[in-house]
Design a protein around this ligand. Sequence first.
Ligand SMILES: [Zn+2]
Length: 133
Amino acid sequence: MALTEKQTQELHTTIEQRRTALLAELREDAERVHKDRFEDLAGTAPDPGDESVATLIGDLNHADMGRDLSELRNLEAARERLADGSYGTCMECGGDIAFERLRVNPAAARCIDCQSNYEKTHASPSSLPGSSL
Ligand SMILES: [Zn+2]
């Protein structure tokens, strides 16, 4: 069943709120990275050990930002679909995405069936649920 206007409005609000929160997080992350870099530059002759820890922290920060950035990109795509009227339609099969699914993940671009199919074909073995490791 296609989304009602009320449901679309509710999801729109959720997307806007999530997007605002994400942007705030990313801004904080970016400030932290800048601050770290500044402290690196201001530090007195760091030895190679300190430098590798700083690099690691930098990489972790970037990894965090990467996750947030990809979520932000998904939200931006969802906003575009809201604007052009294709929101709530599965990008794979063209079917309707269930409202309950969109409530949990408003940036979802695939219906449940296509998403589980996608995860089966794209998931890395280490992240499969039920792994004996
Ligand atoms: Zn589908």
